[in-house]
Design a protein around this ligand. Structure first.
Ligand SMILES: Cc1ncc(COP(=O)(O)O)c(C=O)c1O
Length: 301
């Protein structure tokens, strides 16, 4: 394989590798594959979303030189927007709960983004309400990327993630498993995959508990429902406990050498449950980020 030669770091977003997972409990006739999204330059699946939010903003004219990109995110979208904004020369402001981990804050700040903090107890919904207030007060100043409502978010996955997993499995994919945060990944990928083959089953993963440790995932029943989430986009929803997600991370590391984040662990846990119920099939689990992003949490901070 010839290494890529690129005109900009933004062209390195997408085209992430698919890695075969051989885990206990997966039947012989079932192939389980991991879509390794931490290979994106900002370290997560959210680089795809960030790039799409920004380029669609430019295309429609909502984002122009002189405007500041703003959004609420406690993690990966924030890093993605900070990266894309920096590469394209737009200032970036990010609103996040006070509880956002130190590594994420430092990364966003390193890319030059301005950070605004909201009360930790109000969670991601608190940051969302604050960003809406800020934009309403100064609409001329901001381009509100709005990952929870902007169709450019699922569009990123319709245009890139879906086609990639389809091609990488040679069209043999039978199941696609991914977590629900904004719902963008599931929504856009599902739309593409079902167009290719209406029999592909899409499995959405959500935290079993309202208060959970699966960062990036939303417990929909107790959250402000994102407009980018469409319950019709998945055929089934699997609830994964925080302990199960963490245990799957540890097992994956032990069995395969992959160090993944907690929402990725939850996706692997759900994918294996799905595998156990099958006689045969080709399952792709989307793993949003790496465990490197959670080392701080692992030390009990
Ligand atoms: C670590 C992690 N996992 C899963 C997700 C969920 O992805 P989506 O927002 O496309 O539903 C996110 C989104 O921020 C994330 O950061």
């Amino acid at each position: 394989m010839t290494p890529a030669v690129l005109g900009s770091i933004l062209q390195a977003i997408g085209n992430t590798p698919l890695v075969r997972l051989r885990l206990e409990g997966v039947p012989e006739a079932v192939e389980l594959w991991a879509k390794c999204e931490w290979f994106n330059p900002g370290g997560s699946v959210k680089d795809r979303t960030a790039l799409s939010l920004v380029t669609e903003g430019e295309r429609t004219g909502d984002l122009r030189p002189g405007k500041t990109i703003i959004d609420s995110s406690s993690g990966n979208t924030a890093i993605g927007l900070a990266l894309v904004g920096r590469a394209k020369g737009y200032p970036v402001e990010l609103v996040m709960p006070d509880s956002a981990n130190a590594e994420r804050r430092a990364l966003c700040a390193a890319y030059g983004a301005r950070l605004v903090f909201t009360e930790a107890f109000a969670g991601s919904d608190g940051a969302l309400l604050r960003v809406r207030e800020m934009v309403a007060r100064d609409p001329q100043r901001y381009f509100y990327a709005d990952q929870y409502r902007n169709p450019a978010n699922p569009l990123a996955h319709y245009r890139t993630t879906g086609p990639e997993v389809w091609e990488q499995t040679g069209g043999r994919l039978t199941h696609f498993v991914a977590g629900l945060g904004t719902g963008g990944t599931v929504n856009g990928s599902s739309r593409f995959l079902r167009e290719k083959n209406p029999r592909v089953r899409v499995v959405a993963v959500e935290p079993a508990e309202e208060l959970h440790g699966l960062e990036g995932l939303k417990h929909m029943a107790s959250s402000i429902l994102p407009e980018t989430y469409d319950p019709r986009a998945h055929d089934e929803k699997v609830s994964v406990g925080t302990d199960q997600g963490y245990a799957a991370c540890a097992e994956l590391l032990e069995a395969t050498g992959l160090l993944v984040g907690h929402s990725a662990g939850a996706a692997v846990w759900a994918a294996r449950e799905c595998a156990r119920s099958l006689q045969g099939g080709v399952i792709v689990a989307l793993l949003p980020d790496s465990g490197e992003r959670y080392l701080e949490a692992g030390r009990g901070k």
